[in-house]
Design a protein around this ligand. Sequence first.
Ligand code: ADP
Length: 245
Amino acid sequence: GARAPALLEIRELEVVFNGFKAVDGIDLTVEQGELRFLIGPNGAGKTTLLDVVTGLTRPSMGSVTFAGTSLVGRPEHRIVRLGIGRTFQTSVVFEELTVVENIDLAASFRRPLVTLLRRRRGVSDVVAAALERTGLADLADRPARVLSHGQRQWLEIGMLIVQGPRLLLLDEPVAGMSRAERERTGELLTEIARDHTVIVVEHDMEFLRRYASQVTVLHEGTVLVEGDVATVQDDPRVQEVYLGR
Ligand code: ADP
């Protein structure tokens, strides 16, 4: 029989803004279970790529398929329902709700009825598991506004995973974090990647060295280099893009 399609397959993708090609022919394949890092200097097209996958931006050319289903032209909420979740650099938590209430609310977006029925019996298993996994169980009853920057990022990741996405897209999850928080985040991403596929946009090279396996480097709307972190780092083209300006 035919080989199963990759979880995410992007072919010959182009995105044009007022005649400017922000994405200029990108091919990208991400297999189920990968923890893929996406790097590249400012303006490389990373955000635009995520915007296309999540249905915020429509490509001018090319194809994007998720488990064999085309995403092009699908509205955002449909793409969420297909199993793609994303964090943004701006926070989406409700400050006055507690940690557990935020996660519970996020869970209810996906399965309103089930959540409602379970709520009568206390916190659902999915919510409890997300609290454990993100290390926020001890803070479950604190309002989100008291969380540190790092804890808030973990809460957002918790709010994503309770929605049961197969693919998670994370935009600079360790930006502004302390060293200890970065380490905790690296461990969390490694754990999450055991049963989800994760694409992370991240600049922190030290973080990449420790936690990345496969890295895709974008530059001027194209894939410059792709491979394991050591290979990518030693590639003269990558060094030129990052240091040669
Ligand atoms: P990155 O996330 O890698 O920094 P972006 O995807 O944000 O890069 O941007 C890629 C290029 O597309 C940049 O040159 C940016 O100025 C341009 N761009 C992004 N969004 C728009 C838009 N809505 N209109 C016009 N140009 C845009």
